[in-house]
Ligand binder design. Structure first.
Ligand code: ADP
Ligand code: ASP
Ligand code: MG
Length: 407
């Protein structure tokens, strides 16, 4: 008998029929003798719908009240799924995050889980029940309801698996695993059977939204075997995310990630002198804007340089305003802002032992006449920023040239 944590995402519980189908699957698992803790998301589209509703009242509603509002989505699905299980004579009980003491910090909208009290869950498991826990939500030390950031139900599931020392954490979604690239963009995307935590961390941080990045961080830290698989087909196999040591065959490149949330800002012709990066980026970080890629060119003309960086598109307007002010203060020539860019990245632990991948990537983009605006590399990834209109062309060409569709 194994303890398994399963998570069903928004599309898997999008209608009463889907919820009933999920209940059938859970009942069948239970009948094999396993103990099951199930975490669910809100019905697909609900979190967006409620966010839009709030914005008809206030442009920027209080984050605390947003958390009170948004967590109702998951409260609906835990109750409906539990009813569907009971209707099938499968004993089950639902719990909100607060009821099973998913304790978080107080950062409304992006809280981090600090601890989970497994007492109540274990008690219900011992009584032979399937335990259904609301994803995405927790409670802080003062009893305020918090949420874990978009896609946060993945993190709830992995944190539950870590706390309960589960045999495996299974993330059920609308695709049967992690693919070499988002299958919605490239129909030739190939499913990977196994991926290392490190590669999955890169893929998610570089924009692959199949899992929330924090769930992968948790899984890696607590060594939770994590499987992504489809709830929409019978007998899914999915992708196992595990330790590098467990992976026998290492591909040079495992996958391609892309991120459409980036925006690029450049300060043209700023004096090339010590402290300039600090003077530009310090006012940006003061207002809590995270900077991703940074490029400072060698002095373009006598004593002047160009300084460019990317931020999340949500922060684009605020960052542009700051740069307009800095342009005056620092005596720069101009600000150039562009929110029509995208970041495309190649990821693979095999890159560590293979030189020349970057050059090959640049050649592919050159052959398609795609201009590279920024580049950054690490041991296991190469990222470029390009015009967003070339996204599909770029990723499909890279996928084909690096033969990612082949085993
Ligand atoms: P859920 O609602 O179940 O949490 P998500 O929409 O958050 O589902 O995640 C699943 C989606 O992730 C897929 O439909 C797919 O389009 C997208 N995705 C992005 N990159 C990848 C990838 N490399 N492999 C598989 N799916 C990916
Ligand atoms: N319902 C939340 C969201 O849409 C959490 C989740 O689905 O994981 O982001
Ligand atoms: Mg998700």
């Amino acid at each position: 008998m194994a303890l398994i944590v399963q998570k069903y995402g928004g599309t898997s519980v999008a209608s009463i029929e889907r919820i009933q189908a999920v209940a059938q699957k859970i009942k069948a698992f239970k009948e094999t003798g396993d103990q099951l803790v199930v975490s669910v998301s809100a019905m697909s589209g609900e979190t967006n719908r409620m966010t839009a509703l709030a914005q008809t009242i206030q442009d920027t509603p209080s984050l605390r009240e947003m958390d009170v509002l948004l967590t109702t989505g998951e409260q609906v699905t835990i109750a409906l799924l539990t009813m569907a299980l009971q209707q099938l004579d499968c004993d089950a009980i639902s719990y909100t995050g607060a009821q099973v003491r998913i304790m978080t910090d107080s950062e409304h909208g992006k809280a981090r889980i600090k601890s989970i009290d497994d007492y109540r869950i274990r008690q219900s498991l011992t009584q032979g029940k399937v335990v259904v826990v609301a994803g995405f939500q927790g409670v802080d030390v003062d009893g305020h309801i918090t949420t874990l950031g978009r896609g946060g139900s993945d993190t709830t599931a992995v944190a539950l698996a870590a706390a309960l020392k589960a045999y495996e954490c299974q993330i059920y979604t609308d695709v049967d695993g992690v693919f070499t690239i988002d299958p919605r963009i490239e129909p030739n995307a190939r499913k990977m059977n196994v991926v290392s935590y490190e590669e999955m961390l890169e893929m998610t941080s570089l924009g692959s939204k199949v899992l929330q990045i924090r769930s992968v961080e948790f899984a890696s830290k607590y060594k939770v075997p994590l499987r992504v698989l489809s709830s929409l087909i019978d007998n899914p196999v999915g992708t196992l995310i595990t330790n590098e040591e467990n992976i026998v065959e290492q591909a040079v490149i495992s996958g391609i990630a892309h991120n459409k949330d980036e925006a690029k800002l450049s300060l043209i012709g700023v004096p090339d002198e010590p402290g300039i990066a600090f003077k530009i980026l310090s006012p940006i970080s003061t207002v809590n804007i995270e900077v991703d890629m940074i490029v400072q060119s060698v002095s373009a003309r006598e004593g002047l340089t160009n300084f460019a960086f990317t931020v999340h598109r949500n922060d684009f307007k605020t960052a542009s305003k700051i740069l307009d002010r800095l342009c005056q203060e620092l005596g720069a020539i101009a600000v150039q802002s562009d929110d029509k860019v995208v970041k495309v990245s190649l990821v693979g632990i095999g890159m560590r032992s293979h030189a020349g991948i970057a050059a090959q990537m640049f050649e592919v983009l050159h052959n398609e006449s795609i201009n590279i605006q920024m580049i950054s590399t690490s041991e296991i990834k190469i990222s470029v920023v390009i015009d967003e209109k070339y996204l599909e062309l770029a990723v499909r060409s890279l996928h084909a040239v690096f033969e990612l569709d082949k085993e």
